[in-house]
Design a protein around this ligand. Structure first.
Ligand code: S3P
Length: 447
């Protein structure tokens, strides 16, 4: 498990043109949800394309601990024999969610309105992250939570025996918080309402409807008003998990900055709550064509053809942040290879991800010779043009898979190699990253 294992040093060296086909793994957000909703349905849910990254494997173990039968049948092919809404049994050991904020926050939500007690922990990164953003709204259902100072893990959650439905306006744009409240609302009587001012990823809403819950989304001047009718019987589903647009961003960005590259990335989600990075890259002058648009696993997808491009810095509109929140680290690398400044405002949520991603990117890029400005809510990267990043540094990854992959992409185009102190966290979301990237022509070495 990342953060518990031995640090694995990795180095990326200036690479020849990248070419070929990049088949990225299943979507992490949808994989967690497929297991959790499957566990809350009555009967057998069948899943294909499940991401077998450590984050998702930890959620699979957690669902077993709550009484669901979760079985792997082959690569990406899993089944979940669910116990129904309110049917969880109390786990007899601590639930370890590893590195996954999505895992722990969604699972807290789905047990919060059942009369049972569960204790959660995670790795050194997850134990630093705030859980109050989830336990505050859960307390409105009648749930109690006892954690460390600042609402940190380990934390014991006592589910409400007689939950009441909740109306909650999200104070932060967070799909994890929205989903935790909706999951808790499943086992509360009456209607639970979540209001989000800025739209965040909508996989929970789509899947809840797919599993047979009554859920209505109204788009109003206050934002999205999501109303869920509690205590449905969820029906098991066949879930085909589409590829992860956040993982796809790594080969896409690498191809854009490594001279002469031309790659094909099939089946990348174009869900409007996830595709902000692709809109941003096109605004920077990226040569990306979106071919064969279609629907896969209930999500709009397209095949991407991506060629090396001379890019220019832009101002990323802050309202776009929720739709590309996980892509800012690799965008910062692309920005360093563009001409002019790239200004990323409204990004303070990056400070409470697997690491403080503004700080991690700023310090790493500076070590590589790039000028960076930051404040609490902003990251500005002064681009050095294609191939202009000096490199020649070792960057700290802080148990954060996306920081690790972002600096490996940086090293594929920098003048001197870039090393990361620990590549092991990459396995949380993209276990085959190294093989996929070297298959395209990237020079990555371990040790
Ligand atoms: C996720 C939501 C986002 C994202 C995370 C996955 C989800 O987190 O960063 O990687 O699956 O709901 P926040 O809810 O904290 O924005």
């Amino acid at each position: 498990m990342s953060g518990h294992g031995i640090a694995q040093v990795m180095t990326a060296t200036k690479s020849g043109p990248l070419s070929g086909r990049a088949e990225v793994p299943g979507d992490k957000s949808i994989s967690h949800r497929a297991l959790i909703f499957g566990a809350m349905a009555v009967g057998e849910t069948k899943i294909t394309g499940l991401l077998e990254g450590q984050d998702v494997l930890d959620t699979a173990s957690a669902m077993r601990a709550f009484g669901a039968e979760v079985v792997q049948h082959g690569a990406g092919a899993w089944s979940v024999h669910g116990v129904g809404v309110g049917g969880f049994r109390e786990p007899d050991a601590v639930i370890d969610c590893g590195n996954s904020g999505t895992g722990v926050r969604l699972i807290m939500g789905c047990m919060a309105t059942t009369a049972m007690t569960a204790t959660f922990t995670g790795d050194a990164s997850l134990r630093k992250r705030p859980m109050g953003r989830v336990t505050d709204p859960l307390s409105l259902f009648g749930t109690q939570a006892y954690g460390r100072k600042g609402g940190r893990l380990p934390m014991t959650v006592v589910g409400a025996a007689n939950p009441v439905p909740v109306r909650y306006a999200l104070p932060v744009a967070s799909a994890q918080v929205k989903s935790a409240v909706l999951l808790a609302g499943l086992n509360a009587p009456g209607q639970t309402v979540v209001i989000e001012r800025e739209p965040t990823r909508d996989h929970s809403e789509r899947m809840l409807v797919g599993f047979g819950a009554e859920l209505v989304v109204e788009r109003t001047s206050e934002g999205n008003v999501i109303t869920l009718t509690g205590q449905p019987e969820l029906r098991p589903q066949v879930v085909a998990v589409p590829r992860d647009p956040s993982s796809a961003a790594f080969p896409v960005c690498a191809a854009l900055i490594v001279e002469g590259s031309d790659i094909f990335v099939p089946g990348v989600s174009q869900n409007l709550t996830r595709n902000g990075i692709y809109i941003t890259l096109v605004e920077m002058g990226a040569d990306i064509t979106f071919e064969n648009p279609r629907e896969e696993g209930g999500e709009p997808v397209a095949d991407l053809r991506v060629r090396f491009s001379e890019l220019r810095g832009i101002e990323v509109p802050p309202e776009r942040a929720p739709s590309m929140i996980d892509e800012y680290p690799v965008l910062a690398v692309v920005a360093a290879n563009a001409v002019g400044r790239t200004v990323m405002r409204g990004v303070k949520e990056l400070r409470v991800k697997e690491s403080d991603r503004i700080d991690a990117m700023a310090r790493g890029l500076e070590a590589c010779g790039v000028r960076v400005e930051e404040d609490e809510d902003t990251l500005i990267v002064h681009g050095m043009g294609a191939g202009g990043v000096p490199g020649g540094a070792t960057c700290a990854t802080h148990i954060d898979h996306r920081i690790a992959m972002a600096f490996m992409v940086a090293g594929m185009a920098s003048q001197k190699p870039i090393t990361i102190d620990d590549a092991s966290p990459i396995a949380t979301s993209f276990p085959l990253f190294e093989g996929l990237m070297t298959g395209l022509g990237a020079k990555l070495t371990k040790g």
